[in-house]
Design a protein. Sequence first.
Length: 300
Amino acid sequence: METQNFIALDNLLCQTQKRVDRYLNGLFSKSISNQQLVKAMHYASIDGGKRIRPLLVYASAKAVGASIEDADAPACAVELIHSYSLVHDDLPAMDDDALRRGKPSVHKAFSEATAILVGDALQSLAFQCLSQQKSSLTAETKLTMIEILSEATGVEGMTGGQAMDLRAESHNVKLKSLENIHRLKTGALIKASIRLGALCNPKTTDKQFTILENFADNIGLAFQVQDDILDEIGDTITLGKPQGSDRAQSKATYVSLLGIDEARKKANNLSKDAIDSLAELSLSANVLRELASFVVTRIR
């Protein structure tokens, strides 16, 4: 996957999935003890998912002319964090979902205790991935990457957003509050993916960072709005997870607050704003532009 091979989005999606799986398999192969735990970690993170977050890392790196090889570790780190969050989200104490990525959730395939440990191990492996990466990046840049991902994962990011989402269940939630929840729960890791990709080039300017962060803010919300739409109108087989679970748990969603038509309009507007925010970047940002359209037209 050399830089010049970033051509079509569908081709890049396929290449990203293969590249990430190869890198993660390499990480798992280094573990010679606790094979049952490693097996469950592999089950949770390999051969599944769209790999949107790693793709955002690669696409952002491409947009600023960075080395794709230097983007491997951060791309895999965000996927490990995402996989860990899904394992824990599916637990009976959280969303209690029995299906994920078209197969039984980790706590169903193994056990609840194993699922908790899998999430813990995947999270720690993500930061090990960043700290031990073999790349041309400086130690200072690697430390900044760890700081960005830890903030996006913690109380001021994904975990904090999940806590807010749980508190909001069966309550009357206003649109502004819902956006605040999802800027943390979904948007924080997406924004971190974009920022990590940009850091892969030490010459990335402050202006480029600002442009990419504005893009990330819009695309993160657009992704969540489309998720809410698909949860309402999709089917379980296509989605790879239970359809209608948000409504069953009385969760506030963009669909429940706006209706299907207005939710679609909001997703499309966010996608357009994301694309418009890239106006000052060259053709090297075209993958990001395609992604902005993809996230609101995807069916799973």
